[in-house]
Design a protein around this ligand. Structure first.
Ligand SMILES: [Zn+2]
Ligand SMILES: [Zn+2]
Length: 358
């Protein structure tokens, strides 16, 4: 891929291979998408691996509405820098890099200035299914190359393999941010609800932070895995005795479940001054008896991914502790099959696309 047409002096957009959903609910298929010319502060990334996040499926099937099609999903990107713009100072050709859920933000609002770009007041620019400041649609990681501003590009330390690093860019930071914000660590009891793509990273990270970790899963089917990943305890939520045994136990409960949850039941597991934090989002509104909060001065909260600085901190933390995601690497022609398996919870614990097969 060349950024400049030798016959002209202006930077050229180029087209790169990708897998896209041509319309809502349509299967993904191989195509090409435009990538902008490498600007002064851009890096061209040769994508090596792209994780399949549950929200890719939501968006490709237009579960949240207003999808931009054709859509190239993928916001768990790991690759290598192939070219740098003239003003790039943070990266060199050959560096191992990652891109997460957003590729730009307004850079001037209170949240951006405080380094909390994920909560940008004007909305951070999504890695896909969004429009950049140039007005062009953004296309995600199910592709061979992407051009990203160096300020929204992460460094992947040598300690993590690129395929195992890819899911950290969404699943990893989605759990790391609330665990650190709500002080998971030594002496703290933390419960992770749901042992899927998000939950398995929650168990690994909470354990590495030094917390006592409990998995709350529908059944005991994944108990062996949960304990291997670092959980100290494992309970089935289908068993009503679980909620009696564990009443008032946890400093922090993080729910990764996107199905509607009985919030009162889960809040009853939280200690006085503890918190139930949701990172999974049911599509329907939920109701709650507020006595569940009043009794025990409990907090019900949500959390969305993390900032650029925090994502870098998470990658460095994971490398220092030897943490990567548990993955199943697939060729691109199995993406549609993988989507069905994710919906059936038949993945341990993240599909990662080998983008050399696109
Ligand atoms: Zn995601
Ligand atoms: Zn902003």
């Amino acid at each position: 891929m060349t950024a400049y047409d030798p016959g002209r002096l202006v930077p050229m957009t180029t087209h790169v291979p990708a897998y896209a959903a041509p319309a809502a609910h349509a299967p993904l298929e191989r195509t090409t998408v435009p990538r902008r010319a490498v600007g002064e502060h851009d890096v061209l990334i040769e994508i090596k691996y792209a994780g399949i996040c549950h929200s890719d499926i939501h968006q490709a099937r237009d579960g949240w509405g207003e999808g931009i099609f054709p859509m190239v999903p993928g916001h768990e990107i790991a690759g290598v820098v192939a070219e740098t713009g003239s003003g790039v100072t943070k990266f060199r050709v050959g560096d191992r890099v990652g891109v997460g859920c957003f590729v730009d933000s307004c850079r001037t609002c209170e949240h951006c200035l405080r380094g909390m770009e994920q909560y940008c007041e004007r909305g951070a620019t999504g890695t896909y299914n969004d429009h950049g400041k140039d007005g062009e649609p953004t296309y995600g990681g199910y592709s061979t190359h992407v051009v990203v501003d160096e300020n929204y590009t992460l460094r992947i330390p040598e300690g993590i393999a690129l395929d195992e690093a890819a899911p950290l860019l969404c699943a990893g930071i989605t759990l790391y941010s609330p665990l650190v914000h709500w002080n998971a660590g030594p002496g703290k009891k933390v419960a992770i609800v749901g042992l899927g793509g998000l939950g398995h990273m929650g168990v690994k990270i909470a354990h590495a932070l030094g917390a006592e970790v409990t998995v709350l899963s529908q059944s005991l089917k994944k108990q062996e895995d949960g304990l291997r990943l670092g959980a100290d305890h494992f309970h089935a939520t289908a068993d009503p005795a679980t909620f009696e045994t564990l009443a008032g136990t946890f400093d922090l409960v993080v729910s990764t479940v996107s199905a509607p949850l009985d919030l009162s039941a889960y809040l009853s597991l939280v200690k006085t001054d503890g918190a139930l934090v949701n990172v999974g989002a049911p599509e329907e509104p939920v109701s709650l008896n507020l006595f569940s909060l009043i009794n025990g001065r409990r907090t019900l909260a949500g959390s969305m991914i993390g900032s650029i600085a925090e994502t870098q901190e998470m990658l460095d933390f994971c490398a220092a502790h030897g943490l990567g995601a548990e993955i199943e690497v697939i060729p691109a022609d199995r993406i549609n099959e993988a989507y069905e398996r994710v919906l059936a919870s038949d993945v341990r614990y993240r599909f990662v696309i080998d983008t050399s097969t696109i």
